[in-house]
Design a protein around this ligand. Structure first.
Ligand code: PLP
Length: 437
């Protein structure tokens, strides 16, 4: 796999990230290191906000923080005027620690615990996205106990599942998320919610998948949700103010992938919303979108140091780096494809073919299979671009390796936003076994 993405270089020809020399960042903070270009993060957000604003619809960009969650990213999203989605008490806690405005937080999840709902209600979270009947009962109890009310959206499975650049229509039974539309579960859920005066029903939510490369799946989704809302308007005289179509906007990881630009997809989405709702004689809803990957993915680059090599006759050599599946599980988990660059000479001819592997004790710990790259030797810095989404957020301590550090870089200035984990942190929750006597 080769790589011809646009990337900046320093006057000495090194890879430049956020205006900083990648080799200097690696020396200063150590490796593995995840570097976010803050200008790129801001540009990604403004692409969403500006395109939606240009449509004339009331809108909100809810950053899906499962893609990358830490205090600094919530601070940035707060400053950029975004809403955020959280899917656990831990993400909610982190957002609150960043002083993210609670009214702009949307709490998702298919099995929120009572404790998580109590936490969310105590902290005045803006919206709970209700996923199932069990949750309606739990939330009712929590609201009664706290004598509180909350805005809720109802998550429905519209029978559209998007896979990469194509979409397939599926039965609703194969998703663990949300209320099934076709069997009428969604309408039953609405009746339950309307019967609970502590729940203020504000919207309908659906999420059709990830790495969506073409708008077709979104068009089907919007049309189905609009039909549902029209039914509800007729039968219950209820018209939700918000249409939340979820996230899933695809990004380019390698040269073989060609997603339709986000701006084009958003324009198709907004046009479809306006047309569908007009045809159904419904007032225009506020449109909420929940991008995760498209905001943080391209802005992140992981830097590793090259260590050992193994050569076998007639086989591609293995070149190992000081990270791997503990900081980026996606290749092992999803067979995700990446490419990589020699950070000292990213524009040099990619004359070598190698397998770039990690340091974890798993044969599946392969970061890039069949990589074309400029020659590498021990001590060199390798950069894997487009690693800003679902890398650190899925990181583990497998083999008791420490999770990497994360840096924000902007116009030549860099700042640590997540410290590298230390060995002492690895054992902080371990307790000595005292035996039975
Ligand atoms: N919204 C919901 C409900 C999701 O489940 C997800 C991802 O799983 C997202 C948004 C973000 O998806 P992506 O990062 O692909 O944009």
């Amino acid at each position: 796999m080769s790589f011809s993405h646009q990337f900046a270089t320093t006057p000495t020809g090194h890879l430049m990230l956020g205006g900083c020399d990648a080799l200097t960042l690696a020396r200063k903070y150590g490796t593995p290191l995840i570097v976010y270009d803050v200008d790129q993060l801001e540009a990604a957000v403004s692409q969403f906000t500006q395109t939606l604003a240009a449509s004339g619809l009331t809108s909100a960009v809810c950053y899906a923080s499962k893609a990358f969650s830490c205090i600094a990213i919530y601070q940035l999203m707060a400053r950029l005027g975004c809403h955020v989605d959280v899917v656990s008490g831990g993400e909610l806690y982190t957002a609150l620690q960043a002083h993210f405005p609670p009214e702009r937080i949307c709490f998702h999840g298919n099995n929120k615990t009572k404790a998580e709902l109590e936490f969310a209600i105590t902290k005045h979270v803006g919206t709970i996205v209700i996923d199932n009947f069990h949750e309606i009962n739990l939330l009712k109890q929590v609201l009664t106990n706290q004598n509180a009310t909350v805005n809720v959206m109802l998550r429905v499975t519209p029978g559209v599942q998007a896979h990469t650049h194509r979409y397939i229509t599926t039965g609703q039974t194969d998703s663990k998320f949300g209320f099934d539309l076709a069997s009428g579960q969604a309408t039953t859920a609405l009746q339950w919610i309307l019967a609970c005066p502590r729940m203020n029903f504000i919207g309908v939510h659906a999420h059709i998948g990830s790495q969506i490369f073409v708008p077709d799946g979104f068009i089907t989704e919007i049309n189905r949700l609009c039909t549902l809302i029209a039914q509800w308007a007729r039968n219950f005289a209820v018209i939700p103010a918000v249409l939340d179509i979820g996230g899933g906007f695809g990004i380019q990881y390698t040269n073989d992938e060609h997603p339709v630009p986000v701006k084009t997809i958003l324009q198709t989405i907004t046009t479809t919303v306006k047309q569908s709702f007009k045809q159904a004689h419904l007032p225009l809803p506020a449109l909420w979108v929940e991008p995760g990957r498209a905001i943080v993915g391209p802005a992140g680059t992981t830097l590793y140091t090259v260590g050992s090599e193994k050569h076998l006759p007639g086989r591609l050599p293995y070149v190992a780096v000081d990270g791997g599946m503990g900081d980026n599980i996606r290749p092992a988990l999803y067979d995700a494809h990446y490419t990589a660059l020699n950070a000292a000479c990213p524009t040099a001819p990619a004359i070598n073919r190698i397998r770039l592997v990690g340091k974890y004790c798993e044969s599946g710990d392969v970061l890039v299979d069949d990589l074309r790259i400029a020659p590498l030797s021990a001590g060199d810095i390798v950069a894997i671009p487009v690693t800003g989404a679902y890398g650190y957020s899925m990181a583990s301590n497998y083999n008791r390796n420490c999770r990497p550090a994360v840096v924000f870089a902007q116009r030549g200035h860099s700042q640590l936003v997540i410290r590298r984990e230390s060995y002492s942190q690895l054992v902080i929750n371990d307790l000595p076994y005292e035996g039975s006597n």
